[in-house]
Design a protein around this ligand. Sequence first.
Ligand SMILES: C[S@@+](CC[C@H](N)C(=O)[O-])C[C@H]1O[C@@H](n2cnc3c(N)ncnc32)[C@H](O)[C@@H]1O
Length: 320
Amino acid sequence: MTQQSPSNGEVHVPVLLEEVVAGLAITQGDTIVDGTFGAGGYARALLGAGAGRVIGFDRDPDAIANGPSLVPDSRLTLIEERFSQMEQALRERDLLPVDGVTLDIGVSSMQLDQAERGFAFSNDGPLDMRMSQSGQTAAEFVNEADEAEIARVIREYGEEPRARKVAQAIVAARPLSRTAELAAVVRKALGHHAGMKSDPATRTFQAIRIHLNAELDELEAGLRAAERSLRAGGRLAVVTFHSLEDRIVKRFLRERSGATPAGSRHRPMAASGPAPSFTSVAKPLSPSDRELARNPRARSARLRTAVRTDAPAWDQERAA
Ligand SMILES: C[S@@+](CC[C@H](N)C(=O)[O-])C[C@H]1O[C@@H](n2cnc3c(N)ncnc32)[C@H](O)[C@@H]1O
């Protein structure tokens, strides 16, 4: 997701909304997990499509606190928790198995727009970037990590080719406390001029946010938790915002549906592995031209859907 806010006054414009609802093939009374409640755009549409119950997870306490006013509906249950922990949370409430799970990966416009959350360089604020509002802050990371670690994070999670140069500049400029300061350091290191297609600080901000919130580990664990939580015939719909995330979903569904090439160097013959736990893995969907005209922010979004088989989940719950 980019740093722009919705221009139409909505708190967060849901992305690929119609496609997600269609992909979950709701039938009256279904119980659906919305693992990334955010501003409740998906939850509202799922209830409107006939879901009997939506369980909304979010790790951000603000999203959970605002939820009842954004989606005032007694069929909505909100849980402040990471989606990787959904199986345990659903079991405690006697809600297993569920008919559908959706994940909409990334940050919400509500988070980006609040300068004090420190996610956006266009909105000067303290260097924070923690979705759950606990744990290491972005300021602690940039001021305390060694240069090699900062470079690794920026290279791996930001896919920034000049990560070492950025890391050197950050270390030379320490201590940093504001998002605008960090953005200025990155722009100076990489060169910045008006009219550039994207701000050079975008990749560094994305990288630090992904690192602090362990977002890629969460996504992998969330997919496995969904696999353990869905009934046979239940559906999974996952929206991602960049290639690092999409690759994880693609690989997971390819592997779990038995489509990983048999006999590859890294994996023995598929036939000898566990039975496929997902089927009907659809081609990824991108936003329509109509959606992009309304919401250019959605341009890199991808939706992947699949249907759970009756085979056991491939691995047991892992303590997080
Ligand atoms: C892109 S927004 C979701 C927007 C939502 N679909 C809507 O229509 O309003 C992502 C939300 O997921 C939350 N989130 C991100 N990672 C999470 C995780 N691992 N567990 C739970 N919530 C998470 C963020 O705090 C944010 O509120």
